[in-house]
Design a binder for this molecule. Structure first.
Ligand code: LIP
Length: 262
């Protein structure tokens, strides 16, 4: 199953790589919440291929017209066809094709393919996490960093204006302990960088399941911790504030949030 999903993610990535200069951009609800013809085309391709791979599965995808409750029995694919759409529109390499397979609340496997970087992160439950980059595959594991000296990634959205000040206030506070801050524009890619030990923590005050589910499977299989920002599980929530980190950085972050909210 995992090999088949990886093959589909890579083929989907070729659609994005072959995009016209005109991405055929439209705006969803809220300021700068972009979607392109390619987000829809990639999602449609992925749905068609996965339906052949696992006919009994249902789908939750960013570009669906209606998003069902995530608490569903049986197999469920959670898909972001292009995570980092604004980057994709502007020609940045930091966008990813995300495919997660869940069986109710159980993580089965996750694939995050970064087409423009020839990089594919993948993991299967209880079998570890891996990255294939330039044709070379190796296991990945989170770092040993706590919050002190950590590379902290964060995300925020112009279309969640009510969270922007809180996001940057928290980032400023974290920078009193962290080594530096990063913000790629693709949550899935940032979480995979945490899984690879390149970053140590990633948080965002509001993100959808299609942005984080595949990457969270890779992160936990790489020894990382993924939770809501208060430490609770997020497996079957559609939209939530979340934090991903090495065990030490995640624990420090949860304590840091408690100390700065009191
Ligand atoms: C993106 C997220 C990112 C967030 C952006 C955007 P999309 O997902 O991955 O972390 O900060 O605002 O939501 O919309 O490009 O799939």
């Amino acid at each position: 199953m995992l090999e088949g999903i990886i093959k589909i993610a890579k083929a989907a990535g070729e659609i994005a790589l072959g995009a016209d200069a005109d991405r055929h951009v439209s705006v969803k609800e809220g300021r700068a919440n972009f979607v392109t013809e390619y987000d829809k085309r990639v999602q449609s391709y992925i749905y068609g291929e996965l339906s052949r791979l696992l006919p009994e599965a249902v789908f939750v995808g960013e570009e669906d017209d209606v998003h069902p409750d995530m608490m569903r029995d049986g197999y469920r694919f959670v898909i972001d066809p292009i995570d980092g759409t604004t980057n994709f529109i502007r020609g940045s390499s930091f966008y990813s094709v995300c495919i997660a397979l869940m069986n109710c609340e159980k993580q089965v496997c996750g694939v995050v393919h970064v087409p423009a970087l020839d990089t594919t992160y993948f993991a299967e439950a209880d079998k570890g996490a891996f990255v294939t980059r330039g044709g070379v595959t190796r296991p990945i594991h989170v770092s040993g960093y706590g919050l002190d000296g950590a590379i902290v990634a964060m995300g925020t959205s112009p279309y969640r204006a009510e969270l922007i000040t809180k996001s940057f206030d928290l980032t400023e506070k974290l920078l009193s302990k962290a080594a530096d801050i990063r913000r790629s524009g693709s949550a899935a890619l940032d979480i995979c960088y945490v899984a690879e030990g390149v970053y140590d923590l990633m948080y965002e005050l509001s993100l959808y399941a299609w942005d984080f589910t595949a990457a969270s499977i890779i992160l936990t299989e790489a020894g990382g911790v993924f939770s809501a920002i208060n430490g609770e599980s997020v497996t079957c929530k559609l939209n939530t504030p979340y934090v991903a980190g090495s065990p030490a950085a995640h624990a420090d972050f949860i304590e840091f949030i408690k100390a700065h909210e009191e």
